[in-house]
Design a protein around this ligand. Sequence first.
Ligand SMILES: NC(=O)c1ccc[n+]([C@@H]2O[C@H](COP(=O)([O-])OP(=O)(O)OC[C@H]3O[C@@H](n4cnc5c(N)ncnc54)[C@H](OP(=O)(O)O)[C@@H]3O)[C@@H](O)[C@H]2O)c1
Length: 237
Amino acid sequence: MKTVVITGGSQGIGLEFVRQYLERGFHVFAASRNAQRTEGLHQLRKAHADRLSAHALDVRDEQSRRDFHEAISTQMTSLDLLINNAGIISGNEESPLPFGALEQQGLAKVFLVNAIAPLMLTECLFSLLCKGVDPVIVNITSDNGSIARNHQRGKFGYSASKAALNMITKILSLELRDQGIKVVALHPGWVKTPMTQHEAAPLDPQESVRGMIRVIESLDTRDSGSFLDWKGERIPW
Ligand SMILES: NC(=O)c1ccc[n+]([C@@H]2O[C@H](COP(=O)([O-])OP(=O)(O)OC[C@H]3O[C@@H](n4cnc5c(N)ncnc54)[C@H](OP(=O)(O)O)[C@@H]3O)[C@@H](O)[C@H]2O)c1
């Protein structure tokens, strides 16, 4: 049975990845700080208790990542797909702070969750990925991380951390090429989720995730190291 780890699986895009990979017959390991007490995952577990494991994971925390690795290793010997989806828009509780009111701690937190943690979790799960069948790592990025396309003020932490994640994706693709592991950065589109809370967002999670899974399934070796959107179109760095 194919295996997938999805971080930030408790809501929004991550929860929809969980749902759609269950439909495709995967054993799904959903992880986030609240994964074990989230209604959406609870409902899915009722129908798929044998193939859905929900784990508490704070991607920022080294011990939490180690505990997660240890816990899933008792349930699987190989990992086929890692989706680094967990992300935050701001290190402060509200929306990103504007220039003139920036806070170092908040910016550092965004970088830790959005860019550093996906790299560290990938390293932590590397040995499982090496044993996977045609293994793929998907880093959920944003078109806000495209330097070429950015014409927006503000969102320093979010946009810069996603640009950093894009570079990490590129380097990882080179680093892991010899092991046959593909690595891509995927932009989900503008999607209605708790993060965006925006009625104007044109996509619902179902459509975005359906598109991203299509892209993931059609990747070939030459796509590794690419920055793509949910329809498979290349985004300029
Ligand atoms: N929605 C959009 O339009 C859009 C556009 C471009 C890119 N994206 C990207 O898509 C991804 C998912 O976004 P979303 O809209 O679904 O966001 P969301 O609704 O806010 O969900 C974010 C998820 O990340 C988890 N998370 C946050 N901090 C975490 C931590 N320290 N450790 C583990 N899990 C953590 C949250 O779970 P817990 O609170 O349980 O930890 C939650 O499940 C993000 O990377 C985001 O940047 C979204």
